[in-house]
Design a binder for this molecule. Structure first.
Ligand code: ZN
Length: 880
């Protein structure tokens, strides 16, 4: 395998730079084809820097035109410039101004890193190392500087000129050009730099902070799509108010701008005062966005806004600390969504995502700790482990310290580190110090990869009225970490008596128990509860209080008891899932057939009671109806996985449940028919979610009647949520009518790229032999936008990640299609290529035939020629 330079960066090698830059003045002349960047960097030698120490700046694909110090051009021998660095051999040992001019070509930038053009609009993406593609710089997060940016462009092509901070000047030139000046008074690292230039529409609003400061808010987008930004604006204002209420954090500039662009490598970016978004996370109107899309818009708008404090005001010392800002900010956006909507529903959804993405990552060749200690390519560490597991770790802190204790820790963190680049150790220390607790053991959550497995057994002794609960923890080896330390695991729990009510105890020993939390911090703990009058059923890990895999000795009967009686909604949902998983694992063993009708009956009865009962809101009921995914089952099986048997087993269970609950499902479906005009109010979205879950479950029954019901639902839908729900149900059931409706859908929405993504994604998910050829044909169509990340991910990403049977075809053709795609896209956009390739992280878990096919596809990719560092890194680790 030939790769771009092999190099590994280690956390232990972190050292501050000998010089730092505290002020940047830039003049950017934007023009089609070429843009010229003129930079004045105010450089200061750090104390202790020896005379003659060179100043080394990062660059990437830059063409240097001139370089000067304090106005005097440098002689050729005084510096060395390559496209990837600029070295000043003997800079003065005092404050000086380094002046450079470089030329860049945004039009040719298909990597979408640095300064590039999307749909006519010039925009930037600098995290993590994109600023070096704009100008030579100390492109690392521990260099904080204030920025002043003057942008010059043709007024017709780019009437809108935006950068970070506050607008401080603007004007026209005679030649049809104009300029704008932006000053960002908050020192920031270069990854938060942003500029946008283009002909854009916009909506405007304002927010008054709690201390009375007026902030002008704006969202910019393609002309004609302004109305699609209104929901995002509403979400922004709610986010600003929430951060004041919950954390006492106010916004700190005169303006806050958001720009929606259509070519973007991931979700969105928290640039100071100028967030740039993938337009799919801004646009939301009922005709084109589903309720899930609305939730995502709200969540990501909040996430990027919350970064203003957790990321921008306090940033990361180095990229190993990425989860310092990401895990914490995901935790904050989760809390925001929970406060704005249903907390139990949000928790279940987040845990589903954690299990289907993060647990899989953590159990395979790409496993890494939330804070890794080495990397070859930092772009490959924007992972679900850093984000979602990072958030779980913060959540455990909040669980252990309580809301007030957590807030004290946050306050101290800001008091100590505002305006600084911090580390995970700084973060933990703030919580430990603010609450006078020792958190030394807790840091292992940041340092160790792998999902801890907790095994529980219990026994009850009637004579002595004692109940014993034994907990054991174990974390499997992960790459580079053969041995693991015991973690501090907070177990939120309750004991439930025979009549379904909570039981208390007179005394407990064997581990520290604080209220309803067991602090489980050893390999094994044996707890003894005294004064227990009857055999209790334990409810463990309520609210999923720690990101672990739980095995208990509870019978299906006990689980169904929990499903009926647990006061914790998460565990009521979990109990039903656990029973379903048990049935599914047995069915897979039997080659895809259900083996225990009695247990299926019992599960169906419990599901029916939940559906008709009044504990839990409508969206909660909808979640109980969704059986564990094929990926969940594959994960529970672990090795020698046959995706076809899993698919068959799951289909059989869904069909059986559907048949048993048919009348109830139909009754609820019909009762929720009259939805009135579209609204995003909680009651309305929850009603749609339950009604559509019933429809999906009916379709899983596979009857003609259900198919026509779904077709009618599709045809009469007045919003995208209902239309997509019916179409997705039919597609996943591979119903005969699905292809015709997919065709109809495509014709209806040809002009709307974001809706086309839904079509691409569903087309790739059809569980049918013919899907691979259809996907290939779509990709080969000359009109397919081959450089747009959203389109590529919707089609090929969905095929690789959401069609387990067709991706893992036993003849290997699904695997080969994906590796060939990766090799091709890698030439233009390494980040998209590397991300798609991660679908292979499960390859060693397949049964031998598929495993061999996957390995051979990966090996031919390795031999196919020169790969980017991004893709080579993922491939190397996947095959290791
Ligand atoms: Zn983030």
């Amino acid at each position: 395998m030939r790769t771009e330079t092999e190099h590994t960066i280690f956390l232990k090698d972190y050292a501050p730079t000998p010089y730092f830059i505290d002020r940047v003045e830039m003049e950017v002349e934007i023009a089609p084809e070429k843009s010229v960047i003129h930079s004045l960097l105010h450089v200061v030698p750090r104390e202790g820097t020896e005379p003659g120490t060179p100043l080394v700046l990062d660059g990437d694909e830059l063409l240097l035109n001139s370089v000067a110090i304090d106005g005097a051009p440098l002689g050729l021998l005084a510096y060395e410039a390559t496209p990837s660095s600029l070295i000043i051999h003997e800079p003065p040992l005092r404050r000086f101004v380094l002046e450079t001019t470089v030329t860049i070509e945004p039009e040719k930038n298909t990597r979408l890193m640095g300064f590039y053009r999307s749909n006519g609009t010039w925009c930037t993406q600098c995290e993590p190392e994109g600023f070096r593609r704009i100008t030579y710089y100390l492109d690392r997060p521990d260099n904080l500087a204030t920025f002043n940016v003057t942008m010059i462009a043709d007024k017709k092509l780019a009437p809108v000129l935006l950068a970070n901070g506050n607008p401080v000047g603007q004007g026209d030139f005679e030649d049809g050009k104009h300029f704008a000046v932006w000053e960002d008074p908050h020192p920031k690292p270069s990854y938060l730099f942003a500029m946008v230039a283009g002909d854009l529409g916009s909506i405007h609003d304002s927010f008054t902070t709690s201390s009375g400061k007026q902030v002008a808010l704006a969202i910019y987008c393609e002309h004609g799509k302004e109305d699609r930004c209104l929901y995002a604006m509403d979400a922004l204002k709610r986010s600003m108010a929430w951060d004041e209420r919950r954390f006492g954090l106010e916004y700190d500039l005169d303006v806050f701008n958001i720009v929606a662009v259509s070519d973007f490598n991931f979700g969105a970016m928290e640039n100071k005062g100028l967030n740039i978004f993938n337009d799919r996370l801004v646009f939301a109107i009922p005709e084109t966005a589903t309720d899930a899309d609305y939730d995502n818009v709200e969540r990501v708008i909040a996430h990027e806004y919350f970064h203003n404090w957790t990321g921008d005001r306090v940033t990361c010392r180095d990229w190993f600390q990425l989860c310092l800002k990401e895990g914490l900010t995901v935790y904050r956006d989760q809390e925001f969504s929970s406060d704005e909507r249903s907390r139990p529903v949000k928790r279940i959804e987040d845990v589903r995502l954690l299990r289907s993405a993060q647990f899989v990552e953590d159990a395979g060749p790409l496993a890494h700790p939330p804070r890794p200690d080495h990397y070859r390519e930092i772009n490959n560490f924007y992972t679900t482990t850093v984000y979602e597991k990072g958030a779980e770790v913060v959540r455990m802190l909040a669980t252990m310290l309580g809301e007030a204790g957590f807030r004290k820790g946050m306050d101290l963190y800001f008091e100590r580190h505002d305006g600084q680049a911090a580390t995970i150790e700084d973060f933990i220390a703030a919580f430990a110090d603010a609450n006078q607790v020792n958190l030394d053991q807790f840091i292992h959550w940041y340092l160790q990869a792998g999902t801890p497995q907790v095994t529980v057994s219990d026994s009850y002794d009637a004579a002595s009225q004692t109940y014993r609960l034994t907990l054991e923890q174990k974390t499997d080896p992960t790459p580079g970490q053969p041995e693991k330390q015991a973690m501090l695991i907070p177990v939120k729990f309750g004991l439930i008596g025979p009549n379904g009510s909570p039981m208390s105890w007179s005394k407990v020993s064997g581990a520290e128990v604080k209220g309803d939390l067991i602090m489980f911090d050893t390999g094994k703990a044996e707890l003894t509860f005294e004064g227990i009058a009857n055999r209790p059923v334990p409810s463990l890990f309520r609210e999923f209080s720690a990101p672990i895999k739980l095995t208990t000795s509870l019978s299906a009967e006990d689980q169904l008891f929990l499903a009926r009686h647990d006061s914790d909604p998460f565990n009521r949902w979990q109990a039903l899932q656990t029973v379903a998983t048990g049935i599914l694992l047995d069915a897979v063993k039997a080659g895809g057939r259900l083996t225990d009708e009695g247990r299926v009956d019992a599960l169906a009865t419990a599901l029916g009671e939940t559906l008709e009962g009044n504990s839990g809101d409508a969206a909660f009921k909808a979640l109980t109806l969704a059986m564990p995914t094929e990926d969940n089952i594959a994960q529970a099986i672990g090795t020698d996985v046959d995706p076809q048997a899993i698919h068959d087993a799951r289909s059989a269970l869904r069909k059986a449940i559907s048949n048993r609950l048919h009348d109830k499902l139909l009754a609820v479906y019909n009762a929720l028919a009259d939805q009135g005009p579209f609204s995003t109010a909680q009651a309305a979205t929850q009603g749609r979610s339950l009604r559509n879950a019933c429809l999906t479950q009916l379709v899983a029954g596979g009857t003609e009647g259900a198919y026509s019901l779904a077709e009618a639902h599709y045809r009469t839908a007045t919003n995208m949520t209902d239309r997509m729900a019916a179409l997705a149900a039919l597609v996943h059931a591979n119903a005969p009518v699905a292809q015709a409706l997919l065709g109809d859908f495509r014709t209806l929405y040809t002009a709307d790229p974001l809706v086309l993504d839904k079509w691409l994604s569903l087309s790739a998910q059809v569980p049918d032999e013919a899907t691979l050829d259809r996907v290939k044909a779509i990709l080969a169509d000359p009109s397919f936008p081959r450089n747009n990340p959203n389109r590529l991910r919707s089609l090929v990403g969905s095929f690789a990640n959401a069609n387990p049977v067709q991706f893992a075809r036993p003849d290997g053709s699904g695997f080969r299609f994906v590796t060939e795609f990766v090799a091709d896209v890698d030439k233009r956009n390494p980040q998209v290529a590397a991300r798609v390739l991660t679908a292979f992280r499960i390859w060693r878990n397949y049964e031998p035939v598929r495993r061999a096919e996957a390995e051979s596809a990966l090996k031919s990719l390795a031999e196919s020629g020169s790969l980017s560092r991004n893709t080579a890194d993922i491939l190397g680790r996947t095959l290791a």
